[in-house]
Design a protein around this ligand. Sequence first.
Ligand code: NAD
Length: 386
Amino acid sequence: MQFSFATAQNILFGCGSLSQVAVHVARLGQRALLVTGRDAARTASLSRYLSAAGIDWIPYSVTREPEITHAVAGAERARRERCALVIGMGGGSVMDTAKAIAALATNTEPVETYIEVIGRGQPLVHAPLPCIAVPTTAGTGSEVTRNAVLKSARHQIKVSLRDSRMLPVLALVDPELTLSVPAAVTAATGCDALTQLLEAFVSAKANPMTDALCREALPRAARALPQAVMHGQDLQARSAMALASLFSGMALANAGLGAVHGIAGPLGGMIDAPHGAICARLLPYVVEANVAAIKRQTPDSAALERFREVACMLTGSPAADVADGIAWLYGLIARLNIPDLAHWGLVTGKIPDLVLKAQQASSMRGNPIALTDQELGDVVERALGR
Ligand code: NAD
């Protein structure tokens, strides 16, 4: 058995933990680029803590899922303003932008040098600026991953900027920050965390450490997600989802993902839909396709037992079989009103191009079995609905 495991240098988890942020920032520098989402009020408490500690901060706002151009412009701003560090406080969009800005602030070759799939995917030459990630959704787990997912408008695809040094120096996870997330965003982001845990657990690259994280967090997410969606002020459910998101990031960064994310990456570049909503819609169909392919090709594979364990974790029943797990996933997306992919404007004619791009996506390498173009196309066709 051989594996490696890497995560953020420091993780601070708990309600009220945001109040400790300035102590950590002060160790890294006195001037920060503060990357935030569209609502500045959401980061008011953080900026107050920084100002009270005498730390200068330069605001940089991200209003939608990040594009490569946003990251490049942010890096120029960080250099011009001589920032010693970057803080990203927001959803995955904001944290990814902050991580990419920190990387590109010190690595000034054209961005195509470093970006995967559409660029040359070379490692960074210089260490990024230190980055602190503070999630306000639960989530992506981006606070503990080594990549930033960026959209290329020109190529109509979402791709990663990836380097082990892009792991934030501090992941500060304060579940109270997620109390204001609306129900639909709670559902979509929570399904992203659940998908990441499930895909990392059945991944061809899973290891005992990522297994431990998934076994701890998947049952919690299965219980807490509907509760957090329906009762947004339930801090216990919010805390469980914040933990599940954090663990999902640690798991995916070290075990990889699978076909849901293999499809969701390119699809996110083709349609304007929230990443979590895409993952949620694809998940039951991908699990069903994976199980069918494994049963057909390698019926004695240990992967089937993994899917059975997933079913037990999702349903809470030790007697559950694989079919019960799949039924639970279909029930979840119905209960959470996750729209079909046609809702976001995907049309059948786009499927062949999507499948081509999905087969090249880095996430596809973790899928427990290689799915054919036909199988992937069928998955998308079914998730399309209508
Ligand atoms: P998001 O960051 O786009 O946020 C979704 C919406 O929620 C936005 O409108 C935002 O303004 C709002 N929001 C955020 N926090 C809020 C709060 N506390 N209260 C009210 N509203 C709030 O969505 P996300 O799902 O968190 O992130 C998605 C992005 O993350 C995608 O680009 C995806 O590709 C990326 N991602 C990255 C990784 C990684 O490892 N780097 C992993 C998964 C996803």
